[in-house]
Write a protein that binds this ligand. Structure first.
Ligand SMILES: Nc1ncnc2c1ncn2[C@@H]1O[C@H](COP(=O)(O)OP(=O)(O)OP(=O)(O)O)[C@@H](O)[C@H]1O
Ligand SMILES: [Mg+2]
Length: 562
C-alpha cells in the first residue's frame, strides 16, 4: 500500500534542505561572510601583536607601533560587530525556516489527510513537528555556515601565509586544514556511527515505551501491573545509559584525536618555520607573523570536526521531514470538477482493499435517496466503516463507481462533496475548548438557537444546561471531562448542525442508553423527509427506523430487509 522510501544520503538531505532555503539564501551568504571576516578579525588581534613583535625584532614593517596597536584594537571591535551580525543572520534564517518548515509540514499533513495519516503513528507526527524541526535548526544555524566559514578562512590564511612568508609554510597549514577539517571528521563519523545509531535507537525505544506507559497508566493500575512496568522502564533506562556512555566515550576519543592533530600541526609549522629561518629562506619577522597566524587559524576546522556527532541525527530528521513534504497523497482533492445537490446515491460494483490483493469490499451494489434511512449491519471488521469512508472519498475505490445525483464521485469537487455529506464516526474528537466552539466546528456562523436546536435533537441539551458553564463549559483535553456517550451525542449534534443532505452515522448510539437512543432515533426519523441517512449499527433497536437494511458479509453486500 504505502511505498517505503529508502533513506537519502547525507549529501542529498543537505542539498534538499538547502533548496528549502529559497530566498533566504542571501541571508545565509551574509552570515557566512560575517562569520569568516569575524574570525579573521579575531585572528587580526594576535597577528597585529605578532607584527609588533616582528618590528621589535628588527623586521622592516612600514607601520608605527601606534598604528599597529590601533589596527589590533580595530580588529577586536570589528570581531564583536561581525560576530553579532553572523549570529543574528544565522538565527534569523534558522527561526524563519523553522516557521516555514512547520507550515510546510502542516500543508503536507492536510494534503495527506485522512488516508495516509491513518497509517502513520500520531506520536511520530508529533515528534516530527516538534523535535525533528528543532533538530534542523542545528543544520541551518550551526552546520552550513561553519563549513563555509572553515573553507573561506582556511583559504584566506593559506594565501596570506604564502604571500607574506613562505609557500612551504602555506602548504603545511593547508595540509593541516585538510586533515583536521576533512579526513578526521570522515574517520570520526565512521567511528561514531555505530554508537550514535545504537544510542538513538535506544533513545526512541525508551521514549515510545515511556509515553505508552503514561498513556496506558489507567489500564496498568486496573491490572495492578505497576511494579512490572516500573521494572521494565528501569531496565530500558539502564540500557539507554549504557549506550549513552559508549557514545560519549567515542565522542571524547574523536575530540582527543582532533586536539592531538592540531598540536601536531602546530609543532610541524613551528619546525618548518625555524628550519626555513635557519636556512635563510625566511626573515625572523615574517616567520613570527606566519606562525602566529597559522596557530590561531584552526578554530573553524576544529568546529567541523565537532559536527559529525550531531550530523547523523540532523540528517535523519531532515530525511523524515523531506519525506513527508514530498509524500504523495493517496487521494487528491478535486477542485475543478462539478458541484452538486444531493438527491440520490448509487453504488455499483464497488471494490476496495487497503492493501493490494487483500480486498475488504467486493462488488458492492447499493442505493439510497433523499427521504430514506438506510441501515448497514455486519460483523466487526467486515468493512462498514470502510464503506462510509469510501462514500466520503477519504480513500479511493479500486473499481466500480459511486455516483451522487448521477455525478461520479471522482469528478465532484471535494468541497461540494463535504458540503453534501457529513459523517459522525465511531469516535468523536473534541478539542480542548468550550462545548459551543466544539459544535461550531460543524458550522462557524450558526446562531445560538440553531446550536441549541441541534443539541436538543441529539439529546444532549439538558446535560449541557446542567453544567455550571452551560455551552461555555470547557470539555478538557480531548474531551476528557465527558463520558463516551456524551461525546458521541455532541458528535451527533455537530452533524445535525451541519445540515448536510446525506448523513453517515457510524454506530451513533452505541454508547447511549435506550431512553436517549429513543430521543435520537426520533430526531433522525423526523428529519428523514428532506435528508438521507445511512446508519451503521449492531443494534436491532437502532435498525427499527431504517427503511431498508443491507448486510455486509465476507466483503459482499446483500439487502436483508425492505
Ligand atoms: N487504515 C487501514 N489500513 C489497513 N487496514 C485497515 C484500515 N482500516 C481498517 N482496516 C481493516 O479493514 C477491515 C474493515 O475495517 P472496518 O473498520 O471497515 O470494519 P467495521 O465493519 O467498521 O468494524 P467495526 O464494527 O468493528 O467498527 C478490518 O479488517 C480492518 O482491520
Ligand atoms: Mg467500524
Amino acid at each position: 500500500m504505502k511505498e517505503q522510501k529508502s533513506r537519502r544520503s547525507g549529501i542529498k538531505v543537505m542539498s534538499g534542505l538547502i533548496v528549502l532555503l529559497g530566498s533566504l539564501s542571501y541571508v545565509m551568504l551574509i552570515a557566512v561572510l560575517n562569520g569568516s571576516l569575524g574570525f579573521l578579525s579575531a585572528m587580526g588581534v594576535t597577528v597585529f601583536g605578532a607584527v609588533g613583535v616582528a618590528k621589535a625584532l628588527g623586521a622592516s614593517i612600514g607601520m608605527s607601533y601606534g598604528l599597529i596597536m590601533a589596527l589590533a584594537i580595530l580588529c577586536g571591535v570589528l570581531r564583536g560587530i561581525l560576530r553579532y551580525f553572523e549570529q543574528y543572520s544565522n538565527h534569523f534564517i534558522a527561526f524563519k525556516l523553522l516557521a516555514t518548515l512547520r507550515s510546510k509540514i502542516f500543508v503536507a499533513l492536510r494534503r495527506l489527510c485522512p488516508a495516509k495519516l491513518e497509517t502513520k503513528k500520531k506520536g511520530s507526527i508529533i515528534a516530527m513537528i516538534t523535535s525533528d524541526v528543532e533538530t534542523l535548526e542545528v543544520f541551518y544555524a550551526h552546520t552550513v555556515s561553519p563549513i563555509c566559514i572553515a573553507i573561506l578562512v582556511s583559504l584566506a590564511v593559506t594565501i596570506f601565509v604564502g604571500v607574506i612568508a613562505s609557500v612551504y609554510l602555506a602548504l603545511v597549514a593547508l595540509l593541516g586544514y585538510v586533515v583536521i577539517g576533512i579526513a578526521l571528521p570522515l574517520i570520526s563519523s565512521k567511528l561514531l556511527k555505530k554508537s550514535g545509531v545504537e544510542y538513538r535507537r535506544s533513545f526512541s525505544l525508551f521514549n515510545a515505551y515511556f509515553m505508552d506507559s503514561i498513556k496506558g497508566i489507567k489500564d496498568i493500575l486496573y491490572h495492578n501491573a505497576g511494579e512490572e512496568r516500573k521494572k521494565a522502564v528501569d531496565q530500558k533506562s539502564d540500557e539507554l545509559l549504557a549506550y549513552s556512555h559508549s557514545m560519549k566515550k567515542d565522542i571524547t576519543n574523536a575530540g582527543a584525536l582532533t586536539e592531538l592533530a592540531v598540536t601536531v600541526f602546530i609543532l610541524i609549522t613551528l619546525a618548518v618555520g625555524i628550519l626555513l629561518y635557519t636556512k635563510d629562506m625566511l626573515g625572523i619577522g615574517e616567520m613570527v607573523i606566519a606562525i602566529v597566524t597559522v596557530f590561531g587559524s584552526f578554530g573553524p576546522v576544529i568546529a567541523i570536526s565537532a559536527l559529525p556527532g550531531n550530523l547523523t541525527q540532523t540528517f535523519a530528521s531532515g530525511d523524515r521531514v523531506l519525506n513527508l513534504i514530498e509524500e504523495q497523497p493517496s487521494v487528491y482533492p478535486v477542485e475543478n470538477g462539478k458541484d452538486f445537490d444531493f438527491e440520490d446515491l448509487q453504488v455499483s460494483d464497488l471494490s476496495f482493499g487497503y492493501e493490494e490483493n487483500k480486498s475488504v469490499l467486493q462488488d458492492i451494489n447499493m442505493r439510497a435517496r433523499s427521504g430514506e434511512i438506510i441501515g448497514i449491519v455486519g460483523e466487526s471488521g467486515c468493512g462498514k466503516s470502510t464503506f462510509l469512508k469510501l462514500l466520503l472519498r477519504f480513500w479511493s475505490k479500486d473499481s466500480g463507481s459511486i455516483e451522487y445525483s448521477s455525478n461520479d464521485i471522482e469528478n465532484i469537487n471535494t468541497a461540494s462533496l463535504l458540503d453534501n455529506v457529513t459523517m459522525v464516526s465511531q469516535s468523536t474528537y473534541l478539542f480542548d475548548d468550550t462545548i459551543e466552539e466544539n459544535l461550531r466546528v460543524a458550522r462557524r456562523d450558526a446562531s445560538m438557537e440553531e446550536i441549541v436546536d441541534a443539541c436538543k435533537k441529539a439529546s444532549i441539551h439538558d446535560f449541557i444546561m446542567s453544567l455550571d458553564g452551560g455551552y461555555k463549559s470547557n470539555v478538557g483535553q480531548a474531551g476528557d471531562k465527558l463520558s463516551a456517550g456524551e461525546k458521541q451525542r455532541i458528535g451527533l449534534a455537530r452533524a445535525f448542525l451541519r445540515g448536510s443532505k446525506l448523513v453517515l452515522l457510524d454506530e451513533p448510539t452505541s454508547n447511549v442508553d435506550s431512553i436517549n437512543e429513543g430521543i435520537i432515533l426520533k430526531s433522525l426519523a423526523d428529519r428523514r423527509k428532506d435528508i438521507c441517512i445511512i446508519l451503521v449499527s449492531h443494534r436491532e433497536s437502532t435498525m427499527s427506523i431504517a427503511d431498508r437494511v443491507y448486510r455486509i458479509q465476507d466483503g459482499k453486500i446483500s439487502e436483508v430487509r425492505n
